[in-house]
Every structure is written in structure tokens, then in C-alpha cells.
Write a protein that binds this ligand. Structure first.
Ligand code: HEC
Ligand code: HEC
Length: 594
């Protein structure tokens, strides 16, 4: 009997393996089948919406539009990863874009977000036409995906990176409702994302813990609320999503699934977006200045306080970037070097500047090394010349010795730039109460601050531009690009006769019309220390800033800009809500020594 039992066991295990299909090629095949089925469903819904859009009611069109979004959310993880350009055509932001390589070529947006604006507008004949055009754009993108589906080969390490990036996307854009500002379907779409992750993981063995955590996250959504404003992001992230990410990290290790080791701003080994040290400023350093050591950073710090960098020997970087004010100066606009005029813009913080893919309010420079050249030689700022400065530093023994220790060389323009840039790059802490809370210290944020976080991500819509966890326009999940936005920031605080500030921002670079008055979305980390606010320092307090947003930005003040990208709708925040929001902003101050 025992013998038969053993044979039976053996056969059932064998059968189990055959049925479950855990051999790699079967797994890839199963993933491919599911992907293709999902694409077919997406296409069917698009066809149905096309039919309905011709004659149907606004209500019917909206319902099908939401179904179409849901179908996309099932595919999002894979499509965003393998076909980022098509993903942008299907669900990119509804704003004109241009590539850095060809700034003058304007790419007009297409896809679900463009369609959303039409679907939620009055249903006139003209609008039906617009809806139909957009559906046909979406159908073209779907056809492209279907055409390429057969040749897409799923590899484990890529699937796992796609999964990781999807978790980042949920935590950032997802929770902020970035891509459904009118439909307000963000929370139910996160559930769809999680269900898709679950179905993907059915192809991977021994994933009990992962499955339990995915189901728990879905369960939380099901038992609390789908309401965009009410959903408790703080609990969802700390109790469900971050632990899920960590379970994935452990699973990947245990199962020896390789990491995609491609360099990114986030450490490729980490899955929890809020983990300590996940962001690496070195990724954005030029090849010849990565991994600066402590001597190089110390030299950079010395130079940062060196007045010999300016032509009149009176100004150092620290004259405008005061460390005790998070490297700002408490002035709306600082003075020009000769004291005759003021600078064009407000002095920004340097904390976390090393994580910005571009520098300055108009994003005109990519590398900190180049930015330093810009500042030092700027007539109004320092009016210096790096060659002359090198000569001056060579006359000072302590500099000769510091440059020798740091670089084994004499002071030179290139090493001055490198040392200063490395110092600025070292000013990355990500060590605020918010970070502590996200890392599991439940007491780190009080109830008022937590309510403020939820407002930041929900009703206030702040998180759809100031993306978690850097709170800037650095776009998740890859954190490679920096967004600029048009808010309609006024020239002064006169609310009766508000006038747009004359600074044209990014427009000055390439004269692209839609970039008039566009400014990079700055980080809100350490915002309690960096008043006054905005590129022109127009607002003295966070109350004033929140008021500006609450009114709908420039539009709410009566400033007419056809390219304002901030929604002109009033936020309807109550006095209590405004206080909560500001309490949260005040919890973004780093506990750090610099
Ligand atoms: C006279 C005041 C002043 C001095 C001196 C000064 N800065 Fe600045 N800094 C500014 C202003 C104003 C801006 C914003 C300019 C803009 O956006 O067009 C800025 C921007 C920057 C930025 C870009 C930050 C971001 O997020 O865009 C960095 C980095 C920086 N400065 C570093 C330095 C360093 C290093 C020095 C010394 C070599 C220095 N600054 C000297 C006023 C100053
Ligand atoms: C449409 C995108 C967008 C949204 C939504 C948005 N911001 Fe901003 N925010 C920006 C941009 C861009 C700037 C810089 C504007 C400028 O300097 O002219 C900015 C600047 C700020 C500043 C000043 C930063 C500084 O260093 O001077 C604060 C504070 C701020 N935002 C808070 C918020 C809050 C709070 C919300 C939600 C109520 C919010 N933002 C929503 C894009 C946005």
C-alpha cells in the first residue's frame, strides 16, 4: 500500500507541476495569454464606447468611460513598463509636451485624460465629435499594443521591476488621483491595479505571504471607502502598501529572481519607496563626479562659505543660501552684487537639490556642476570668474592642501565646480516627521498632521503636482523628469487688481507658447523654513499660499491665462482644513545637522 501511496504522491506532484505550469516558458506563456485577453477586453470596451458616444446619453458615456479606465488599469503595470510611449498616448497628462532634444516640436496630448475632459463637459454635438476623435486615438494605441503582443516575451526580472514600479505609481500618482481629476475614480482604480498584480502573481509559486498582503490591501479598500477625499492614505500606505512592498522584496530574494540593475534615482534593490536611503543623488551626478568622498564634500563646504568666489570678495554662496533657513535668505528677492537692484528670483532651498533632475525655477540647467558656473559668473549674483578664483585660491595654503587631499591636484575651475556640486549633493536627508511616520513610527505625526496629509493627497490635490515622496515635480515612478506648471502667480498681493508676475519662466528658454509663466514645481520639504514663497517671493506665509490655491490660483484672482495648468476650481477648504494642511506642511522639516 505504502508503495502505491508513494507512487501516487509522486504522480500528483508531477501532475501538479504540469498543471500549474511553473516551468519558466509556461509561466511566460501564461502571462502573455492573460495580457492578450486583457488587451482584447480593453479593445471591446473602446468599441462599445465608440458606438455609445454617437447617440448615447452623457450618463451612459461616463459609465463606459470609467469601464475603459478600469480596463487600462488592469494593463497599466505591463504597458507602462514595456511600452512607455504608448502608455503616454493612452493615459499621459492632458498637456502639450516637448522633448528636450527637440524643444520646439510640440507634442499634443492624447488619451484617457484628454477624453475625460470632454466626457465631463456638456454633451454638445461638437463635444461628441471631440469624444469620438479621442476614442479613435485610443483605439489606434490599443491596436499597436495588440500588434506587438505576440512578440512580447515576459522575463521574471522585468516583470518584477514592472511590479515594483506599479507599487511606486500607486503610492504616488495613484493616491493623488493624478490621472482622474474629474472622474475621481482613483481609489477604485487602485483596487483594480492590486487585483491585476494578484492575477499576475498567480503565475509565481509559493507566494502565500504576498497574496495575503495584496488581499489585505484590497480588503481595506473594500471595507473603508472609495471616496476620493475621505480615503485614509496614511493607514493605507503604512499598514498595507509599504508592508506589501517589503514582502515583495523578500519574495524576490528568496526566489532568486534577479534585479534589473539599471541605474535609477531609486536604489534598484529596494521596493519600499519610503525606505531609508532609497534615493541616490549620485545617479544624477555626471560620470566624472560620482561617489564623492568626505574630503571632497568638506572642501565643497569650505568653498560654499568662501567670499573670494565673488568679484568684490564680499559674497559667498552662504550669503544667499543660509544654512539656518534651509539654505534660503528670508527675502522675497535678494540684492544684486552692486546693491543697485534686486535679483530676478527668490532664493530656493538647496536641501535635496541634488535629487532635482534640473536646476533653477526655469529648469535651464541639468547638472549642479554647470549650475555653479552659472551662479558664479552671473553679473548680479557673484560676477566671478572661475579662472581668477582658482588663481586666488592657489595663494592660500589651506586651499592648496585641501585640494591636494581631495583631488591630488591644485585648485582649478573644474575641481571647484566638482567640490561645490558634491557638497550640494550631500544635502539629502529625507529625515522629517513625515519620513519617520512612513517608516513605521506611528507617533511621528499627530492627528492634525495626518488629516493634513490626507488633504494634501486628496481634496487639496497638492500631491498631483508635488509628488510623494520628494514633494516636488520630479515625476514618479522613475523620477527622471521634472514637471513645470502654470499657476498664475501674481506680481503682488493685491487681490482686487491682481496682475500676473512678469517673469515668463520656462518660456524664456525656447519660446514655446504653452510654457509662458511655467515654473518648475519645487519641493515642499523644509517649507516651514523657506518663506517667503513662490519664484518671486510674493507670499510671506503658508496661509497666503494655501489661500491662493483655495481660490483656484491666478484664475481665482481674476488673472486670465489660457495656459494655466492648475485647475481653476475652488478647493472649498474649511478653516480647519487649511490649518490641518499647514500643520502637515510644517511636518516636512528635516531633522538634520548641516
Ligand atoms: C545673490 C544670491 C545668491 C548667491 C550668492 C548664490 N545663489 Fe544660488 N540661487 C540664488 C537664486 C535667486 C536662485 C534661483 C535662480 C533661478 O531659479 O533662476 C539660486 C539657485 C540655486 C540652485 C538651484 C536650486 C534649485 O532647486 O533650482 C543651486 C543648486 C544654487 N543656487 C547653489 C548655489 C551655490 C553653490 C552658490 C555659490 C557658488 C550660490 N548658489 C550662490 C541666489 C544665490
Ligand atoms: C498644478 C500643479 C500644482 C498643484 C496642484 C499645487 N502646486 Fe504648489 N507649486 C507648484 C508650482 C509650479 C510652484 C512654483 C510656482 C512659482 O514659484 O511660481 C508651487 C509652489 C508651491 C509653494 C511655494 C514653494 C516655494 O519654495 O516657494 C508651496 C508652499 C506650495 N506650492 C504648496 C502647495 C499646496 C499646499 C498645494 C495644494 C493645496 C499645492 N501646492 C498644489 C505646482 C502645484
Amino acid at each position: 500500500m505504502l508503495k502505491y501511496f508513494k507512487i501516487w504522491c509522486f504522480l500528483s506532484i508531477l501532475l501538479g507541476f504540469m498543471v500549474m505550469g511553473f516551468r519558466p516558458e509556461n509561466k511566460a506563456l501564461a502571462l502573455s495569454e492573460t495580457y492578450k485577453e486583457n488587451l482584447t477586453k480593453f479593445q471591446k470596451t473602446a468599441n462599445l464606447l465608440q458606438q455609445t458616444a454617437k447617440k448615447g446619453s452623457s450618463h451612459e458615456i461616463k459609465n463606459l468611460f470609467i469601464n475603459l479606465r478600469t480596463d487600462y488599469k488592469t494593463l497599466e503595470c505591463i504597458v507602462e513598463y514595456y511600452y512607455p510611449k504608448t502608455a503616454a498616448k493612452l493615459n499621459g497628462p492632458p498637456l502639450p509636451e516637448s522633448e528636450p532634444s527637440e524643444p520646439e516640436v510640440i507634442i499634443y496630448p492624447t488619451g484617457l485624460q484628454v477624453l475625460e475632459a470632454y466626457v465631463y463637459d456638456d454633451l454638445t454635438d461638437d463635444n461628441r465629435e471631440l469624444i469620438l476623435t479621442e476614442i479613435s486615438n485610443i483605439k489606434t494605441a490599443i491596436e499597436y499594443l495588440i500588434l506587438n503582443a505576440e512578440s512580447l516575451k515576459f522575463k521574471d526580472e522585468e516583470v518584477f521591476e514592472a511590479l515594483k514600479l506599479q507599487l511606486f505609481r500607486i503610492a504616488t500618482k495613484g493616491l493623488a488621483g493624478f490621472d482622474s481629476p474629474l472622474a475621481n475614480t482613483a481609489i477604485s482604480e487602485i483596487r483594480t491595479n492590486l487585483e491585476a498584480i494578484h492575477s499576475l502573481m498567480l503565475n509565481y509559486p509559493y507566494n502565500d505571504e504576498v497574496t495575503v498582503k495584496i488581499k489585505a490591501a484590497i480588503g481595506f479598500i473594500n471595507t473603508t471607502t472609495l471616496d476620493f477625499n475621505e480615503f485614509n492614505r496614511a493607514v493605507f500606505l503604512t499598514v498595507y502598501l509599504n508592508p506589501l512592498a517589503e514582502t515583495f522584496e523578500a519574495y524576490q530574494k528568496q526566489n532568486h529572481i534577479a534585479d534589473v540593475t539599471e541605474q535609477r534615482l531609486t536604489d534598484y534593490r529596494k521596493w519600499n519607496l519610503f525606505a531609508k536611503n532609497i534615493f541616490q543623488a549620485d545617479y544624477l551626478a555626471p560620470e566624472d563626479n560620482k561617489n564623492a568622498d568626505t574630503l571632497q564634500i568638506a572642501l565643497g563646504k569650505m568653498l560654499f562659505y568662501e567670499t573670494a568666489l565673488s568679484s568684490n570678495g564680499k559674497r559667498s554662496c552662504a550669503s544667499c543660501h543660509h544654512p539656518d533657513k534651509a539654505f534660503t535668505d528670508a527675502l522675497a528677492l535678494n540684492q544684486s552684487l552692486d546693491g543697485e537692484t534686486v535679483l530676478a528670483r527668490n532664493t530656493p532651498t538647496l536641501l535635496h537639490a541634488g535629487l532635482n533632475p534640473v536646476q533653477f525655477y526655469d529648469s535651464r540647467v541639468a547638472f549642479l556642476e554647470d549650475q555653479i558656473h552659472d551662479v558664479v559668473s552671473n553679473r548680479t549674483e557673484m560676477d566671478g570668474n572661475l579662472e581668477t578664483i582658482s588663481l586666488r585660491l592657489k595663494e592660500k595654503n589651506h586651499y592648496l592642501s585641501a585640494f591636494k587631499k581631495a583631488y591630488g591636484a591644485k585648485p582649478s575651475p573644474s575641481f571647484i565646480k566638482k567640490a561645490l556640486a558634491s557638497y550640494v549633493r550631500s544635502l539629502v536627508f529625507l529625515n522629517s516627521s513625515f519620513d519617520h511616520y512612513m517608516q513605521g513610527e506611528k507617533e511621528a505625526l499627530n492627528t492634525q498632521e495626518l488629516a493634513g496629509f490626507n488633504l494634501f493627497m486628496g481634496k487639496g490635490k497638492c500631491g498631483s503636482c508635488h509628488f510623494l515622496p520628494l514633494f516636488s515635480g520630479t515625476v514618479p515612478p522613475l523620477f527622471e523628469k521634472m514637471e513645470s506648471e502654470v499657476l498664475g502667480v501674481p506680481a503682488n498681493t493685491d487681490t482686487i487688481n491682481a496682475k500676473i508676475d512678469a517673469d515668463l519662466g520656462k518660456y524664456n528658454l525656447y519660446k514655446i507658447p504653452h510654457q509662458k509663466h511655467a515654473f518648475k514645481t519645487p519641493s515642499l520639504r523644509n517649507i516651514a523654513l523657506t518663506a517667503p514663497y513662490m519664484h518671486n517671493g510674493v507670499y510671506q506665509t503658508l496661509d497666503e499660499v494655501v489661500d491662493f490655491y483655495n481660490k483656484g490660483g491666478g484664475a481665482g484672482l481674476g488673472i486670465i491665462l489660457e495656459n494655466q495648468t492648475l485647475s481653476p476650481d475652488k478647493l472649498q477648504l474649511s478653516e480647519t482644513e487649511k490649518k490641518q494642511l499647514i500643520a502637515f506642511l510644517n511636518a516636512l522639516t528635516d531633522k538634520a545637522v548641516y
